[in-house]
Design a protein around this ligand. Structure first.
Ligand code: MF3
Ligand code: CO
Length: 260
């Protein structure tokens, strides 16, 4: 079948391209680190997006999300039961204990950077919320550890699912990670659930955005009336962590290293 996303070839990147992807992802990492330091009670999600937009422009990069299928902002900022794709808003004032997920993409010299984290505004509202955050990050790193030449894509997916489910958290299926390069979304899709030993064989030069989304309850998703914001169907809390990684001779390299 023509143009079926899953059937398109995975584009391998040369070392000089990985260098460009590293530069783009280091901008993302620096900005996310700054945003993390600004998350607190009383700030609006629009304030955070404006800081991101200013920093992107100052370094001569471009926002990757703004205008993507009509998306209106530089960041996605998703609060509590919002999983991903929350639109920054002046009306969205953070409260103490909010679980805040910030996702940022930039384009530098034609190459994309993409990464995300979750944190709390102030204190975690419960031990279980704190655990959700830690386990989502742990699942991401378990997936990254499997991103090695000659392994298979399903090994990454399985490792993420295994960590999530061993702690009793839901794994969102509707959204997946992705290849990344001269486009934000390239093949392959990187699901956060799956069977080890299945899927494409991983090769040196593949660059992947791995991004588990975990929930405290149902993994079913609802899209709000703005057409973007994805929330848990049961309105339970959700967390999201994302790194862009490259598969190298020496194993996985985290191109967006530095903000987590
Ligand atoms: N990290 C998300 C992704 O890779 C962010 C996309 S937001 C969008 O899909 F606005 F660009 F769609
Ligand atoms: Co992504």
């Amino acid at each position: 079948m023509k143009n079926r996303p899953g059937s398109r070839r995975i584009i391998l990147k040369a070392p000089w391209e990985i260098e460009k992807l590293r530069a783009a992802n280091q901008i993302v990492s620096d900005i996310l680190l700054e945003l993390k330091g600004l998350v607190r009670e009383g700030i609006t999600t629009k304030d955070l997006d404006e800081v991101a937009e200013d920093r992107i422009k100052r370094v001569g990069a471009k926002p990757a999300f703004k205008g993507y299928h009509g998306y209106p902002a530089c960041t996605c900022i998703s609060v509590n039961e919002e999983i991903v794709h929350g639109i920054p808003s002046r009306k969205k004032v953070l409260k103490g204990g909010d679980l805040v997920s910030i996702d940022l993409g930039v384009i530098l010299d034609g190459y994309y950077g993409d990464a995300a984290f979750s944190c709390f505004a102030g204190q975690a509202p419960s031990d279980q919320a704190q655990e959700l955050l830690e386990v989502t990050k742990k699942a991401l790193y378990a997936g990254i550890a499997k991103a090695k030449a000659r392994k298979r894509l399903g090994d990454i997916s399985y490792a993420i699912q295994e960590v999530a489910q061993s702690h009793g958290f839901g794994v969102v299926r509707k959204f997946v990670g992705h290849g990344i390069g001269r486009a934000l979304h390239e093949p392959p899709e990187v699901p956060n659930y799956g069977a080890k030993g299945t899927g494409p064989v991983l090769k040196k030069g593949m660059v992947l955005a791995i991004e588990p989304m975990l929930t405290m309850g149902s993994y079913e998703v609802e899209i709000m009336s703005d057409g973007w914001t994805a929330v848990t169907a049961d309105r339970s809390l959700a967390a999201h962590f994302e790194h862009t990684i490259a598969i190298t001779d020496k194993g996985p390299e985290i191109l967006s290293e530095g903000f987590m």
